[in-house]
Design a protein around this ligand. Structure first.
Ligand SMILES: C[S@@+](CC[C@H](N)C(=O)[O-])C[C@H]1O[C@@H](n2cnc3c(N)ncnc32)[C@H](O)[C@@H]1O
Length: 308
């Protein structure tokens, strides 16, 4: 794939005031670029290289961005190399001033804190933007359980969508703290939103007692040593939290594992929640187009209790 087509794909989304994924090489549609994703956290262009590759085409393409940086609204270009221990970040353009500092970005009218370079992830998963939009629209008056909430972006979207209540649960204390800050950042602090920093499987009884929930969101990691393994634990998750569901609850079940397709979740739901009906798969942002749609992010909506 010529650098030029990647440059065009990348820059058609620039300049941008919103944080978003700009280029998704992981989708496999750009030959030779499968190990590169590029995002904009204005004014930082954030380049992630997942595996060691010949970086010459990438560096040449970034040189082009650098030459047009003013028109593209890019002040810094950082390259994070995930295949190296500690995910080191190179400052390709600009300076270090936006590295390892908290700054605000916006998406669809909501604001979030991010930090580039401190951790592997920024604090906001940009591939979930359509999920957040769906949640915000779906939530008025609903009680929401947001499992694996991370920095609670889906919980913020729910609160912004006038959910009646939102419970965010994640075992990472720092992520939950950031979730509280994200809520405050959007002036949603007074809503009925709770935060639990704990392993979901250690809180089953307590969480179920706080039900019934109208919407269960589950967005687990595909594999996180000991904490969660999709193949081993997704079924257990549905079994354990089934008692938390309202009779007509909706489920938003996410799966971000290229090796497992939609059928994996369909089969689990059929087994554990036979009373649930599949409603839809949320479309991913167009930029996430994939050579194999079944390998890309799956956000699946099911509804309980509408079987004939
Ligand atoms: C993919 S991220 C979730 C992203 C989030 N839904 C969002 O939209 O930003 C996965 C999260 O699951 C959490 N996690 C993994 N295993 C867990 C467990 N057993 N209990 C609670 N949280 C867990 C991790 O700490 C991590 O924050």
């Amino acid at each position: 794939m010529k650098n030029n087509s990647v440059y065009q794909a990348l820059t058609q989304g620039l300049p941008s005031e919103q944080a978003k994924r700009l280029f998704h090489g992981r989708g496999g549609l750009f030959d030779g670029w499968q190990q590169v994703n590029i995002e904009i956290y204005p004014p930082v262009l954030w380049v992630i290289v997942y595996q060691q590759i010949d970086e010459q085409p990438l560096l040449e393409m970034l040189e082009q961005v650098k030459n047009n940086s003013e028109a593209l609204g890019v002040q810094h270009i950082y390259i994070q190399r995930r295949f190296q221990a500690g995910n080191p970040v190179q400052v390709f353009m600009g300076d270090e001033s936006m590295l390892e500092v908290d700054f605000k970005v916006s998406e669809a009218g909501l604001n979030y804190w991010v930090n580039l370079g401190k951790n592997q992830n920024s604090g906001l998963f940009l591939d979930m933007s359509e999920g957040r939009a769906w949640v915000q629209k779906y939530c008025p008056g609903k009680s929401v359980l947001n499992l694996f909430s991370y920095t609670c972006s889906l919980g913020v979207a729910a609160a912004a969508g006038s959910a009646r209540s939102v419970m965010n649960v994640d075992m990472a204390k720092a992520a939950i703290k950031r979730g509280q800050q994200n809520l405050t950042l959007n002036d949603l602090g007074a809503r009925s939103v709770s935060f639990i920093a704990q392993d979901i499987f250690k809180m089953v009884k307590k969480i179920n007692q706080r039900g019934p929930f109208d919407l269960l969101i589950a967005d687990p990691p595909s594999f996180q040593s000991r904490a969660f393994d999709v193949r081993r634990d997704y079924q257990k998750l549905l079994e354990k939290f089934k008692p938390a569901l309202a009779e007509d609850a909706t489920l938003m079940l996410c799966l971000n594992s290229p090796a497992l397709g939609v059928d994996f979740i369909h089969a689990l739901v059929a087994q554990v929640l036979p009373e649930a009906t599949f409603v839809e798969r949320l479309a991913n942002p167009a930029v996430l187009a994939d050579a194999n749609e079944d390998a890309s992010l799956k956000v699946l909506i099911y509804k309980m209790g509408i079987k004939a």
